[in-house]
Design a protein around this ligand. Sequence first.
Ligand code: ADP
Length: 589
Amino acid sequence: MLSVLKRTFSWKLYCFVVLAGVLVILPNAQLMITEYIGNSLPAAIEHRQFDKLIALLAVQAGIFALIQLCIALNKILETQLSSQYKCLLEEKVHTKLSNVKITLLERSETHNQIMALSNTLQHLGFPLLKHLIQFAKSSLTIAVMLYVMRNVHWSVLAIIVTVSFLHVFAIRKYFRKQMEIYMQTSEPSRKAKYYAGLLIDRELVGEVRTFQLNSFILSKWKSLFFHIEKMQVRLTNKQDLLLGSLQMISQALQFMMLLILVLFTSFTVGTYLMVTQGLLQLQNMAHELVESVNRLQETSVYLPSFFKVMELEEEEQDERLLPFQGLKREIKLENVSFRYPNAASYALKQINIEIKAGEKVAIVGHNGSGKTTLVKCLLGIYDHYEGEIFLDGIPMRHYDKKSVRAHLSVLLQHFGKYPLSLRDNISLHDGEGGGHADRLLEAVRLSDASGFADGLPNGIETPLNPVFGDGVDLSGGQWQKIGLARAYYKNSDIVILDEPTAAIDPLSEDRLFEGMLAHLQNKTALILTHRLGICRQADKIIVMDGGEVVEMGSHDRLMSRGGYYKRMYETQAKWYVHAKEGDLYPVPF
Ligand code: ADP
């Protein structure tokens, strides 16, 4: 927060402070002139000499105009500074979130904290500074006004102070309650947003309408949304009641003030004019003071939500960490075990494997056997695993993550389908609109995407989402080819592909495998797959079950072993061929 404030110390801020100072002096000057005019009035009327009076009235009108000008200028500066600070603060928060540890993003608590901050961020930044300046300005103005009106009965001034403090304490309670509501409703709010989003989610709308889930989703959304609204309305009603009662008490106290003024004080015309004008100004200032104190209190209640998010643990970026220069010898996993934070059992149990540089390794196993978790540990997405992963004999944790990632290319099961052009979808990490044309065409060719890419209305510049601009949509298989092209384009020495052909038709699959083998020629590759045909081309097959490695070896070795892999392979193969008795099952592609 302070760094944001420091970065924006500009001439505009100095002007804002100077104008606030001028607005302390001018109202008091006006009060003094009013008293002077009042005291000059009887003599002027008696001697019918109005020159001095007119000059004084002109000065007073001039000061009034100057006050209005300062207020208007302050408002303009306030709007500009607010926007400037808002942009910086939002940038700071989003930059922070882009570096937060990935495992933290799997926790609902993290998302609740982020949601609470997004509700309160508007009150932080410039409003904080503005209310500090406003507090200083109104306190100073009140102090000077009290001095100027030092002849007024002390009880009048005491009443004004009492009313002001009544406000401060009552409103503080309201803000605390508001923060509680933000915290309590951040999870239901996120859920309500999710359900509302389902009704217009382009990818799910077909399923939602076919299964007629609309009313179910609507009722889920309604119960959450209405519950949140009810809480908010209850709080706002309480606040209105509180403010209404305070207004009534203030009015009663003001009546008492006037009574005291009339019954217990002796005053000249000038004093009377000054006091009535002064009381109004004093009330305004007291109101401003109370508001700034309330807003500062509000900010002090909201501020922890900012620090909670800013203190979220980030991915390690230690300059002392080693730079990874590329895999020379092997990746080695020694007794690697992993348990998800909310899970009862381990997703990976004592994994011991070695993958030599340049080896093509297939990882197979039933759903839920731990393949994706293993890959996520290798990618450094999860780093709280037990045991050790070595790259060329050095624990992966000792390397700078960015340098490791620079040598990794990946196609995950849930890969990005960005609403950008085909070019950017493939070469985005080179910057939007950039990329090397030859490498891009080669990646498109190897991933078998040339066929449909050439047919797009604007070729590789066609946006791939009909919701934005004149984009087009792609089929699941076509998207998968784009995901593969993205992995190929990066041209890293270690490539990890999770179910690269899950959505691909059999004819394309053949061409796709050829392209894949060509691309992976001099690379280390890990391919997670349920299509066991590719395993024949792999140097090594790792078979996983229940988070453990149950078999490891080449296709021929595992087939002759007659174990788990052979059973899986034969079960799959029989769907593709009419096996005659004694046949060896052929390759399914
Ligand atoms: P595979 O890729 O072989 O299908 P995964 O690695 O995705 O298997 O999952 C292994 C196990 O970990 C499964 O039992 C799955 O339910 C569990 N799992 C996966 N992701 C999470 C998660 N984020 N939190 C808790 N458990 C998870």
